[in-house]
Structures are given as C-alpha cells and as structure tokens.
Design a protein around this ligand. Sequence first.
Ligand code: GLN
Length: 280
Amino acid sequence: MDISDAIKKGDKILKKNGIKTYKLDCEILMSQVFKKNRTDLILNSCTNLSDKQITLFNDLIEQRSKKKPVAYLIGRKDFWKYEFKVTKDVLIPRPDTEILVEQTLKITNHKSRLKILDIGTGSGCILLTILKERKGYCGTGIDICKKTLDICRVNVKNLNLINRIRLFKSDVDNFKYGKYDLIISNPPYIKKFDLKYLEKDIYDYEPKSALDGGLDGLFQIKKVIFNSSRLIKKNGILILEIAFNQTYIVKKILKENGYFIRDVVKDLAKNNRCIISIKK
Ligand code: GLN
C-alpha cells in the first residue's frame, strides 16, 4: 500500500468515527509513521509503506478513532514558536493559552529583568515560552505532580533553559520560596459537574487534575490568588487564565485580596479568557 492509499483509508475511518479534523489528523499521523513532514508526504504519495509502517499507522488511526488526542499519539504539541513534549500526564497546550504569553510580553515590554512564578506549570508551555522570548528573565515553576514535572524538565532541556529555571514539586499552599515580579497561572477551572460535558477527547484522556476546579470551578483559582498575595512583590503582576463566565467573580475575588484589575483579555473565540491584575 502506498502513502496516498493509506491516507485515504485512514481518512475514511476517522470520518466514520466522527473526527471532525480527520484529514489533518490523518496526515499528521502518517507524518509520524513516515518520519517526514506533511509536504514530504505529498511528494512521496506513491511511495510504498513497509508492513511495519502500515501496522503502526493502522494502530494510530484506531487510537484516534477512539478520540485519543493527536498530541498524545505523537507525543508533542506546538505552542507559540516552540514544540513541547506531552504525555497523558500533562494538559495539552491550547492556542487560547497563548494569550497569557502574548499579554505577559506586552505588559513587561519595558522590563529587562524579571522573576516569574508559574503555578501549576504542567508541560511548562507558558513559562518556558516567556523565558525563550525574554533572555533576561528567570522562572520558577511549581506543580503537584512528579510525572508532570518530569515532562516539564524534558521541555526545559529541549529549549535550553536549564540555567534560568527552577522546578519544584509543591502545592502552592506550601510553597514559600521567593518573591516574584510576575505570577502566571492557568489553574484547573472547570466545575466538577461540568467535566462530563467536555469533549470525549478531553474527558477520556487529559488529566482531570489539570481541569477540575472543584464544585464551583473556583477552588484552585482562589488558592492561586490567596497564595500569590504573599508570593508577589508590591506592584507585581498576576496573570490568570479563567473560564469565559468567571470574569465577574474572579474580578471580585482579586479586588477583595488587594489587587487592582488592569485588563480582561478575550481569546480567539472572543470569550474573556485572561485577567491581568496588579498587587497594590
Ligand atoms: N481551557 C481548558 C479546556 O477547555 C481548561 C483548562 C483549565 O481548566 N485550566 O479544556
């Protein structure tokens, strides 16, 4: 079987199983098997695949049919200009989360040196991207999960950031090291009972600990805000990712805890996604 036939077959199976992005997904999975980029697939469309490659491709198509995210199947995800290793132990970096990076770079444009803390760092996509873009900044990432930090460490190494980053396995309640100019976080913020309404790709495969915000969806956000009050410098900046319907309540919590709201920024779908506040 050649590449073109295998892709056609894969397309059909994914489409039948309700995968909306079947064409793209199928090509990415074939790229993984063929170890070439998607343009090379077109140039090699008549190349015959070995039995081993066909078995591997069929297996990936089968797993994708069961809604396993492409990023977990190929073990990586692009975010901003960089590639991050991902496994089932980390939330897959979302394009919407790039807003946090964009806003951080915008608000810190005039600063050449900053100490940043990322609470619940996961794959490290937010913190590592900021450090790549700003050579004078240094960062601290904390996460409660050892396996997650192991993945983050691989990303730190791949992006050559070992000298500018420290990682700690810690809950933010127990974290006591340092004072920071900027704190960022994309905490779990989905209401426990709403988790089941997430797409199957997310619900069945991504770590619940990175999504579950407790009964009201605010449990972890509150923890981040309360603890940031003691970890942030005066006039320090706190940048949070939130759900589209949490703007009012999160603004209120921030104000009650001595922050002033600098901006609320929308995501690609025009939903409020990011709150920027300053500690008074
Ligand atoms: N934005 C993520 C989602 O839609 C949720 C991430 C989070 O809870 N921090 O699945």
